[in-house]
Design a protein around this ligand. Sequence first.
Ligand SMILES: Cc1ncc(COP(=O)(O)O)c(C=O)c1O
Length: 450
Amino acid sequence: MTAFPKAANHEVTRSLELYEQAGELIPGWTQLISRRADQFAHGVSPIYAQRAKGSRFVDVDENEYIDWMSAVGAIILGHADEVVDGAVKDQIDRGSLFSANNPLELELAEELNATIPSSEMVRYAKGGGDACAVAVRIARGVTGRDKILICGYHGWHDWYQAANYEADPESGEFPFAGIEPIGVPKALAGTVIPFVYGDLEMLAALLDEHAGEVAAIMMEPARSELPAPGYLETVQEMAAKHGVVLIFDEVSCGWRLEIGGVQEAVGVTPDMTVVAKAMSNGYPMGAVVGSRAVMEPAKRMFISSSYWSDNVGLAASVATIRELKRRNSPQRFKEIGENLRSVLDAAIADAGLEGACTGLHTSPAVTLKTPDGVDPRKVSTLFIQEMARRGVHTYMNFKPTLAHTDEDIRLTGEAAAESLRVVRDGLEQGNLDELIQADLKKEPFRRLVR
Ligand SMILES: Cc1ncc(COP(=O)(O)O)c(C=O)c1O
């Protein structure tokens, strides 16, 4: 039997032991920075899980949690979704990787073409960063140019991480605090140039300064808020004027708002789009889709990898996209996200704290105004700690899935109200340090799109 944790007896001893062991076996402990213990309340938050179903998971200490992290958004229907897992098991029984090609590649391509406005041709990969690297290769190949203007996070590969050679070496503050380009060839410095979301003047100046050299503008079209009206339209016009390929990276913002992505929601169709994460509900998958004009020349480029033909991701993705459509997902996400927002707003008000639940309904966030002189990390660490002790696993922002129920939202609201009261008391009594039983949370690396 698992127990929904109660603040009084919550223990994560086994998680902590395993994490210590991981420090000896795995440099950096985990495979994704956002999974490191220092991104949560290290000492109190769960670090290792043993099973997950729907909106919940059970950690290695037998505590059950409502999961609002949703595997950094990759889980969209819910953990261990029976339809997707059924399709995957079926595929595994017929072979996970063939020597010949699988017609599913064409079936998924047709599904993507019917779903994502910019999709006329498709290439596959196994993750978001991988797919971003493919998109950049194609854009450089098509234009014969090298430089990429970027706005957002686009993965771990050299082409992108070289952007941090643009950083002020003294402060390290721009553009990506927290990402150091260690091991990235210095020869790539200057090939990737960041621009700030919403700043059209900056983008225009960069396009002029590097006229004839820019292959692509790669950007997250939205993250926590929708763009100002006309912004993406103007970016698109500028790209067209300069003969630059416009790429939307919808790895994080895709699938929830509309199944066809932010581009469907705002009505701006880029030349190319990168998708991954939620497209396959927890199975490795990624894709680059785009117009025939931009994609077709890729047949002459060296873009090739053995496991990009894997059947499991293809089967999972076809099933996930069809289920999103069948379950009327954009409407459901609106209901779930808005209900969550209202309980979180009520919890903030009930605690008498200054703040609000901000962001799109696809990723509501508890945003608190921290009094002057108080380190905001103390407030976020204490909130995450207290939520964990009440059986809710989350960052300051929440990633809904279709499996989150009204009861999950009610319990989350209760946990948030209690947790925020602890935060308020700590602020009022000036004893946050005593209340925090975890290491101070590290801020995630900074992105250009909020
Ligand atoms: C917008 C965006 N692009 C690319 C990536 C990289 O994807 P992956 O972690 O699957 O390599 C991420 C991951 O968070 C992302 O948010």
